[in-house]
Ligand binder design. Sequence first.
Ligand code: HEM
Length: 440
Amino acid sequence: MTRSVTSPRFGAAHALAMGYDPERYFRRRANEGETFAVGLPGLGEVLFASTAAGVREIFGAPATLFSPPTPNPIAPLVGDGSLILLSGERHRRERTLLMPSFHGERMRAYADVMAHAAAEEIESWRPGADIAVRAAAQSITLHIIIRTVFGVSDPARRDEYERVITALMQSYIAPLMFVPALRREVVGLGPWARFVRLRAQFDALLSEQIAERRRTGVDGYDDVLSLLLSATYEDGTSLSDEDLRQELRTLLVAGHETTATSLAWAMYHIHHDDGVRERLVAELAADHSPADVAKLPYLNAICQETLRMHPTVSIVLRRLNGPLTIRGVQRSEGDVVGVAVPALHFDPKVFPEPDTFDPDRFLLRKPTPFEFTPFGGGHRRCVGAAFANFELAVVLATIVKGAELEMSAAERRRGQPRSVPRGIAVLPSREIVLRRLRRS
Ligand code: HEM
């Protein structure tokens, strides 16, 4: 029997509520039942699954049933050949090429770089000074991507990458993202012209790096760029330079803000809850190599609990190539369906007392891939999930061991920030400030 869904919610009030606080909005809509519909600009009515059973019906369906929904506001940043925008056989081929670079075992090779980036950042924190946590997390994650993905280790070159990437990301302002008509140059002036100029500058840096690696050969290099240069498709061909640049931009866009935000939230909770911090400090007391630290159970549980409470990508969408029924509600070819991640992660039947930050829940029970979906799922599950998990653990361990930080009474009084959408991620609505103790 097919069921009807509660009437879709369109209109300014819903768009405002979703933009103001998407987590709260999706949690509230989840009370309506196992599915609910929302009108999203450019995509029409989207049917969301808000329970694990519905998510299983989406992530468990054959890959051929889905395409990524377009238009995608980040297309100009990543390029039309980006994995995020590909579908069908081309998507499968490209993923097969990219995945080995992000295999769990490969991450061990990056552990020292990750720990070093965090240690360098700590050195810049004066004892007694206030630390802007999200800015610090962004700096650390950017240094890690520049070294591990683009293969840049020379400090002067790294600074140049950092300058161009920061300017590029800032130039892609919300109006350009959501109003395609504004993507026009007027005699080389205006926000679009600035964005296009910066993207060309970034591509020029990548082209130089690709050319250099081709010249020297990739032997002895373990960065993602070198791995992709030597990777071949099943037919023996390899990525063109243009495709390679687009995938490198994709990894930056998909992996930077998302990981930095998760890191900032983890820092918030570790320093908000003294019991959590004390247990973590005790677990880190023994000597571990950066690669081994990532296996520590309580540290990992903190990372998982952070991703549960603050999924930085709050909706995962698919366009249907044919009919699909989700919890008895029928959808047809061309319709868009999705997973409302906060609705799942705050389901009290799966995660009791969902508003409490409680890492122990992940030690007591491992949720299924349909109950806990910070990295999406099915044939499009995040390529960088193992990288992100590893990075979170190594960087948090380095910071907690290397600097004693505290949350001031004023920061505590302000309460937990909301999550607000920005680009593909949702970010804390304000900066989180911690103080480095004088004795540390
Ligand atoms: C905490 C950090 C991260 C979170 C929460 C996150 C989350 C996600 C989510 C929800 C998706 C969509 C999955 C789907 O449609 O089912 C995704 C896709 C993707 N992510 Fe991540 N991600 C993170 C870090 C990274 C990193 C570090 C990289 C690479 C360096 C990365 C690369 C990608 C790519 C390439 C895709 C597209 C996969 C495809 O369409 O086949 N992500 N990510």
